[in-house]
Write a protein that binds this ligand. Structure first.
Ligand code: GTS
Length: 221
């Protein structure tokens, strides 16, 4: 690898946060450049750095990678967090797509006009559609991890999703004892434990100022 991966995005979670989580879980140090102005973003486009004129951008192994899913796939495969065969990969993909859908609802929440926000729907989906699947999978397997008795991207993504929903509804795991144990166990993996500590590159829940900055840079006002 040529140096540390460099992540270019806004100084907040958005689509980049799962990439930060995955790199941190793999124990990979990374650098970050934050977009603060529209000019910075336009320069990236002018320089041809963004294949589809969109961020996240991750410079890794001599590539300028865009498209969140492609970036995550690459990192997961490179750092052995993507299962040991095609079937394990298929399960990791299914679990990750589920948590992506759930987190997507929360990521867009702060960008939605207050009157149209529907937190009860998110909590209902978390507790009736998504968390039961992970609770059952872990229980049936009788194992510590979601796929193949081995720590994978699916576990990292599920913990990220659990913490994100808990930020909005702290009691959300009350009916999911297996997920409670899972959360404690995965949070204690040394690389993750470090990422969860204050001062890490993990980003806080978005505030109004963050939303305004993103809107200004993307000219969505
Ligand atoms: N499919 C892409 C991905 O998953 O990476 C979508 C990327 C995307 O839409 N990025 C937004 C962007 O650059 C920024 S954000 O949604 O992550 O905040 N939008 C600019 C544009 O012109 O589409």
């Amino acid at each position: 690898m040529c140096g540390k991966p460099k992540l270019t995005y806004f100084n907040g979670r958005g689509r980049m946060e799962s990439i930060r989580w995955l790199l941190a879980a793999a124990g990979v140090e990374f650098e970050e450049e934050f977009l603060e102005t529209r000019e910075q973003y336009q320069k990236l486009i002018k320089d041809g750095a963004l294949l589809f004129d969109q961020v996240p951008l991750v410079e890794i192994d001599g590539m300028k990678m865009v498209q969140t899913r492609a970036i995550l796939n690459y990192i997961a495969a490179k750092y052995n967090l993507y299962g040991k065969d095609l079937k394990e990969r298929a399960f990791i993909d299914m679990y990750v797509e589920g948590t992506t859908d759930l987190m997507g609802m929360i990521i867009t929440f702060d960008f939605t006009p207050p009157k149209e926000r529907n937190l009860p729907l998110i909590i209902e989906r978390a507790t009736t559609r998504y968390f039961p699947v992970y609770e059952k999978a872990l229980k049936q397997q009788g194992q510590e991890f979601l796929v193949g008795n081995q720590f994978s991207w699916a576990d990292v993504h599920l913990l990220e999703a659990i913490l994100m929903v808990e930020e909005r509804e702290p009691t959300v795991l009350s009916k999911f004892p297996v997920l409670q144990v899972f959360k404690a166990r995965i949070s204690n993996i040394p690389t993750i434990k470090k990422f969860l500590q204050p001062g890490s590159q993990r980003k806080p829940r978005p505030d109004d100022q963050y939303v305004a900055t993103v809107m200004k840079i993307l000219k969505k006002d």
